[in-house]
Ligand binder design. Structure first.
Ligand code: FAQ
Length: 312
């Protein structure tokens, strides 16, 4: 089939909201874009377990510990569905891990910040999972079938995460003066990194235009960031706390919140590997991979032994 004609048909399928499935013919760039985005998303879920894992042993009650443990386990599950979705595009899991460990593949900038107090568990749930949902609900309608289907369950779990985070902060906001101060401090530290999670502004985002044409992305980075800011600017009032942005105010004409200047230098610096915890996070993942070598070797030896027995 003439290649021009074939690519037009592919685009028509997308325009008609027909999902692309693993065995369908697809442009190489579409496949590569999906591998990049899905694998980076998977890595984010896995690396994202580390900042919260830091607080499992120090949660303030048994109930809080059980909830946090369940949440961190959910993130592991999300990582696994997403690695499986990426594998349907012809990349192996080992190759994806290798890309993470060698710094070739990114993971979300947000997980390079430290979790200093218990209130950070609340701020991560409310703001980080909140930003993740805003970005990921539209991904339930992304054009690639396996990614879209994985996102449905992920989003259900993420919305539980967001509520548990908000509830932690709500409890602290009604507590002692020290607890209120801890709550405000966590919000102050997580606010700007959370709104950076949506990625660079649209005019500095090289991938958005093509990804929107292919309906991999349904909204641009700036559109999602604005929706998130509008939502959080209202929710923070219920906590009786403030967001650390003096320029944040409702714009009646735009029917949106205006907000202050984002420090993009900090964002690009974190992406370049120079955030407060980049080295620590990568080191933890590489160590887990190396420490697990004997398990992989044993599983392989066992499966070879079973096959030899079967053949005999
Ligand atoms: N961090 O052209 P664009 C979670 C990179 S999951 C690091 O705009 P695109 C759950 C981008 O990759 C959070 N890198 O790129 C949880 C590209 O670099 P490349 C993760 C970033 O792909 C909660 C370059 O900048 N969510 O939180 C970031 O069209 C709590 C240019 O950018 C997803 O991955 C960033 N923030 O749009 C877990 C969702 N932003 O690859 C534990 C799926 C941009 O060309 C606890 N992904 N970059 O070298 C997406 O929706 C998109 O990939 C964007 C970026 C919106 C992240």
């Amino acid at each position: 089939m003439n290649s021009m004609f074939w690519e037009e048909l592919f685009q028509q399928k997308i325009d008609n909201e027909i999902k692309i499935e693993p065995k369908d013919r697809m442009p190489e760039k579409y496949r590569q874009t999906l591998i990049r985005q899905i694998s980076q998303h998977a890595h984010s879920e896995i690396v994202g377990m580390l900042p919260e894992g830091n607080w499992i042993t120090r949660a303030p009650s048994l109930k809080r510990k059980a909830i946090l443990l369940a949440k961190v386990q959910d993130e592991a599950g999300h990582g696994l569905y997403l690695y499986s979705a990426a594998e349907t595009l012809g990349i192996s899991r080992d190759e994806m891990y290798n890309q993470l460990h060698t710094g070739k593949a990114k993971y979300s900038s947000i997980f390079n910040y430290p979790t200093l107090t218990w209130a950070d568990m609340g701020a991560i749930g409310w703001l980080v999972d909140g930003a993740a949902i805003m970005n990921q609900v539209p991904l339930c309608r992304t054009s690639y079938g396996p990614y879209a289907r994985a996102m449905v369950r992920i989003c259900k779990e993420e919305s539980f995460h967001q509520r548990q985070g908000f509830e932690i902060l709500l409890t602290l906001s009604k507590g002692t003066e020290a607890q209120k101060a801890m709550c405000q401090d966590a919000i102050d530290r997580w606010w700007w990194p959370s709104i950076m999670m949506f990625g660079p502004t649209d005019d500095a985002s090289p991938n958005t235009e093509q990804s929107m044409r292919w309906k991999i992305k349904r909204f641009s980075n700036d559109e999602l960031r604005q929706k998130f800011i509008n939502m959080i600017a209202e929710q923070v009032k219920i906590l009786g706390m403030t967001l650390p942005d003096p320029d944040l105010k409702w714009n009646e004409e735009r029917k949106q919140y205006d907000f202050g200047k984002i420090n993009w230098e900090e964002f690009w610096n974190v992406l370049a590997g120079n955030g407060p915890c980049n080295k620590q996070r990568l080191h933890a993942r590489i160590k887990a991979w190396e420490d697990g070598a004997w398990v992989r070797d044993a599983a392989l030896a066992y499966s070879e032994k079973k096959q030899t027995h079967k053949a005999a």
